[in-house]
Design a protein around this ligand. Structure first.
Ligand code: PGA
Length: 256
């Protein structure tokens, strides 16, 4: 982390877990466990249908709500889709785009991720843009080239002013939900590389100001070491964000 230049963000990704009626009891457990003086921005990303409940329950605890996906279209005949305007209208402040599960199970490619990031920015929502390599790519020594390509594609057409409102999440696919965390060195190396890619496109100042998160089996035990790395500005947390005590411990670990 480098608090001088950028925000620390701890974001939970609930994926397709829990229900709207479970949010209030969850927040009642979480709130007293969160550090009083908040060391970071705290976000919970839920399925769109649960966002109103999350926004309501999160107000008091200062937990912002985020979506997990958005349509690339503004509006119209796209049955089942949720638009950026609809997310913004109910009060969502963040939205994940390009999660590897969307890429894998829904065939999302890099230009679609770019289009989604852009519609979110146009409606004032912070896109949390996910990138990350597969195990095969890591073993073939393609990690940095692949991630650099993903970052460049995702940021295509986004200007320096808009970049300030973007968050990048580095999530090695092999570390997601597997309990196999990247080592702090591995995660730092790629996050530093991502910042270098952004520096090449936008220059030193904008690159210095972008928050880059690590995601992939981050938990209460390994968070402090990961967050101590100079280019890791927070976490995108799946499994551990479903347990109030674990999630609060990760928030507390960002106070360093
Ligand atoms: P995990 O998920 O923390 O359960 O590995 C992270 C993510 O997919 O964002």
């Amino acid at each position: 982390m480098n608090r001088k230049y950028r925000k620390t963000v701890i974001a939970g990704n609930w994926k397709m877990n829990l229900t709207a009626s479970e949010i209030k009891p969850f927040m009642e457990q979480l709130k007293p466990l969160l550090p009083k003086s908040r060391p970071c921005d705290v976000v919970l990303c839920t399925p769109a249908v649960m966002l109103p409940a999350m926004i309501k329950a999160g107000k008091d605890a200062k937990v912002a709500a985020g979506g997990q996906d958005v349509s690339k279209y503004e509006k119209g005949a796209y049955t089942g889709e949720v638009s950026a305007a609809q997310l913004a209208d109910i009060g969502a402040k963040y939205c994940i785009v390009g999660h590897s599960e969307r890429r894998q199970y829904h065939g999302e490619d890099d230009m679609l991720v770019n289009a989604k990031a852009r519609v979110l920015l146009a409606k004032g929502i912070v896109p949390i843009i996910c990138v990350g390599e597969s195990l095969e790519q890591r073993e073939a020594d393609l990690t940095m080239e692949y991630v650099a390509y993903q970052v460049k594609a995702a940021l295509h057409g986004i200007d320096a002013t808009q970049l300030r409102r973007c968050i990048i999440a580095y999530e090695p696919i092999w570390a997601i939900g597997t309990g196999k965390t990247a080592t702090a060195e591995q995660a730092q190396e790629v996050c530093e590389g991502i910042r270098a890619v952004i520096r090449k496109i936008y220059g030193a100042r904008p690159a210095r100001a972008v928050s880059i998160l690590y995601g992939g089996s981050m938990n209460a035990k390994n968070a402090a070491e990961l967050l101590a790395q100079p280019d890791i500005d927070g976490g995108l947390i799946g499994g551990a964000s479903l347990k109030p005590a674990d999630f609060a411990a990760i928030v507390a670990a960002s106070d360093q």
